[in-house]
Ligand binder design. Structure first.
Ligand code: ATP
Length: 694
């Protein structure tokens, strides 16, 4: 099942590595100190455990508190219902023992105790009726409340992930995505744990009561101590150690990539490219290489089960028979000593106690699993990561006059000013030996129009991302309006920047909203959206769509059907087909919509910097000309950086041309100056289509 591979030793921890199914599991253990063998109590371990217990309790209280606030009444009902589910059995056993004991006394002594028999019977009936009522109320409301919990935490997770900056989001990619169902599952685990604790306590109380009646303290020890010890024993567990796991099986990863090819996005390529057979045959190869017996689900759980030791199982077996053995010997020794009812109750509750103590639900491990789940919800899936820091300085900085009458640095009316000195940058996930930006220095004055040119991969988009503070440079300095870019409040800076990128990202909403979201506050202002669409060149094709601006390209409709697969002409099958699903538009049309979104954003009064990163690759000549004309018409009060491979027609408008090569700024100046140099820029200029002119 799991096989230990290697052990790496650090100062006071040892990392053990295991192969568990398709996963590589790494477990950190505290190194044994020589004095550990001498001391009965390992103080550092104890302190660590107490601190951890305190942190666990605080996370559980926060989580349960949040759920309580969703609906105090439903919370109480569901938790109470669960609790009753577990204490009902020992409670009923107790009532039954009262009844049976009264009957036993009547049979043995002939004493007239009708009242005792009848009252015990009534209590028993009352309790069963109450149970039926509680279950009816509980099961009819429970699932709805669990759904409510999921939706509540879905909102929380959505807010969290939307708040991530680019650097953090990139660092998180590849990590398990936390689903809202996690909250519902952990809540269930916690209430089951609580119920089990209550059930266990109820049974213990029963055992105490039965032993009291039998009058034998040794029996208490035998019946209680063994299960308690058992629930505390257990093999080494992943949940009590710091550990990580990652999919380490190449064929398994290959199968996942090949499965992706069945998604809608690849459908056209799969059909036209004739690659379906190749995908299937590669999948078969990967499937054989992977082997069918490797588990791919829960590496931590699998590792735990492989660690459950034989000693614990044997202990279990002994614990189950011991109370019965003791009672049998006692009866053989003195047959008149014990009431049959007390004996039955004792044996029944002691067996039940052992069963419960054996159950994984009562184990502290289960609590750990729940707390790990809660932490994933509140703190994300990565243990720690550094988000980009926001400064305190507002942007724009108001222009002010110093005490000596000298004007202090503020934000120019003309646009943002940039000064880069020796800026280098490598993407955190990059495997390249060369940085994406290598020692770049230049100045952009407020209101200038900059053309950024260079071959593919030369660092143009990266430079735009640094200027827009989507990433922070790895080294060097970026000044915005004479102050370090990190001094400014991130939100303020973002509100002053408009970025039209080459990604052509369509949002899964209507076309109107796709444009309107350039300025979310005016997202329903149809007139502004229409104007922005005209400026971005999207109004023409949108007007031809049946639903115009209301057309939703990806309405996220989920359709389900039953028993219709052999009957495509069935009215329900036709109805299903007619339900609106995803609609495709051309690449150029997408670019026009995204450009219109930027024009919507340019209407915002505080925009001081506009970065246009090659948005015209799919546009026809007319579309490109129209877009640049419209952008140039909105230069007033803004610094603009244009990244484009087709720059011939723009050079006459440029204040400065920056030419990049392999992450370095190799040339800068005006078109005429750079042509004279006859270097990288001249080569690019001469090879590109210079046929465009405005
Ligand atoms: N998100 C990323 N993670 C890792 N490396 C990246 C990432 N984006 C770009 N790179 C790498 O950084 C370098 C510069 O890329 P960049 O996108 O800035 O070039 P570019 O000049 O804009 O290219 P193009 O003209 O093709 O758009 C390239 O080597 C690229 O592979």
């Amino acid at each position: 099942m799991s096989k230990q591979q290697t052990t790496t030793s650090y100062d006071n921890i040892v990392i053990e590595e295991y192969d568990v199914g398709v996963y590589r599991l790494k477990v950190a253990r505290r190194k044994r100190q020589p004095r550990d063998f001498l001391l009965l109590v390992k103080w550092p371990q104890l302190v660590e455990n107490l601190t951890e217990a305190k942190e666990m309790a605080s996370d559980i209280f926060r989580f349960m508190g949040d759920i309580y606030r969703i609906s105090p009444l439903k919370f109480t009902g569901v938790v109470g219902g669960h609790a009753w589910n577990y204490i009902e059995i020992p409670f009923n056993m107790y009532l039954r023992s009262l009844l049976l004991e009264a009957i036993e006394t009547r049979l043995k002594t002939g004493e007239n105790n009708d009242w005792r028999i009848l009252s015990s019977l009534s209590l028993f009936v009352l309790s069963s009726t109450l149970t039926a009522a509680v279950y009816w109320a509980f099961f009819s409301k429970r699932n709805l409340f669990l759904e409510q919990i999921s939706r509540h935490f879905q909102l929380h997770l959505l807010k969290e992930s939307l708040g991530d900056d680019l650097a953090t989001a990139n660092a998180k990619s590849g990590h398990e995505v936390v689903a809202a169902n996690e909250a519902k599952n952990q809540f269930n685990l916690l209430v089951m744990f609580l119920g089990n604790v209550l059930g266990l306590s109820g049974r213990m109380a029963l055992i105490f009561e039965a032993c009291r009646r039998v009058g034998d303290p040794v029996l208490v020890v035998i019946a209680l101590i063994m299960p308690i010890m058992m629930s505390m024993m257990g093999g080494a567990s992943a949940y009590t150690s710091k550990c990580i796991a990652y999919n380490n099986n190449e064929p398994d990863k290959r199968m996942k990539s090949l499965t992706k090819m069945s998604e809608q996005a690849y459908r056209q390529d799969v059909i036209l490219g004739g690659i379906a057979d190749w995908v299937v045959s590669e999948f078969k190869k990967a499937f054989e290489a992977r082997g069918g017996v490797l588990s791919a689900d829960h590496p931590f759980r699998d590792w735990n089960s492989s660690n459950r030791n034989l000693k614990l199982n044997l202990f279990n077996a002994v614990a189950t028979v011991l109370p019965m053995l003791y009672l049998a010997l006692k009866v053989i020794n003195n047959p008149t000593d014990i009431s049959l009812v007390s004996m039955t109750i004792l044996v029944e509750s002691s067996t039940g106690l052992i069963e419960m103590a054996k159950s994984p639900l009562i184990s502290p491990l289960r609590l750990r699993v729940a707390v790990e789940g809660i932490r994933r919800i509140y703190y994300g899936t990565r243990p720690t990561y550094k988000k980009m820091m926001s400064g305190a300085l507002p942007y724009p900085v108001p222009n002010s006059t110093g005490n000596d009458g000298e004007a202090e640095i503020g934000t120019s009316e003309k646009g943002m000013k940039f000064e880069l000195s020796n800026v280098s940058f490598s993407y955190p996930s990059s495997r390249s030996t060369q940085p994406a930006l290598d020692n770049v220095s230049f100045t952009i004055k407020p209101g200038q129009l900059i053309i950024l040119v260079g071959k593919n991969g030369s660092g143009k988009s990266t430079l735009v991302r640094i200027l827009s503070r989507l990433y922070d440079q790895t080294s060097g300095e970026v000044l915005i309006d004479d102050r370090s870019s990190s001094a400014y409040h991130l939100g303020d800076l973002k509100r002053s920047i408009a970025l039209l990128s080459q990604d052509n990202l369509m949002y899964p909403f209507s076309l109107g909203e796709n444009i309107g979201l350039g300025n979310p506050e005016k997202c329903t202002d149809h007139e502004r959206i229409q104007t922005a669409a005209e400026r971005g060149g999207a109004s023409g094709f949108i007007a031809k769509l049946k639903q115009g601006f209301d057309t939703n390209l990806d309405p996220k409709v989920k359709t389900l059907s039953l028993n219709l697969h052999k009957d495509p002409d069935h009215p329900l099958a036709k109805e299903l087909n007619a339900i609106q699903k995803k609609i495709e538009i051309s690449g150029g049309e997408k670019q026009r919509v995204v450009a219109s979104r930027t024009f919507m954003r340019l209407e915002l009064s505080g925009i001081k910097f506009v970065a246009v990163d090659e948005p015209t690759s799919a546009l026809d000549a007319d579309g490109e000309l129209h877009l640049f004309k419209q952008l140039l018409a909105r230069r007033e009060g803004k610094t603009m950086v244009f990244v484009t491979h087709r720059f011939g027609h723009l050079t006459k408008h440029a204040d400065l041309i920056l030419c990049m090569k392999e992450g370095r700024l190799v040339e800068s100046g005006s078109h005429e100056e750079l042509m004279k140099v006859d270097g990288e820029y001249a080569t690019l200029y001469n090879t590109q289509a210079a046929a465009y002119s405005i």
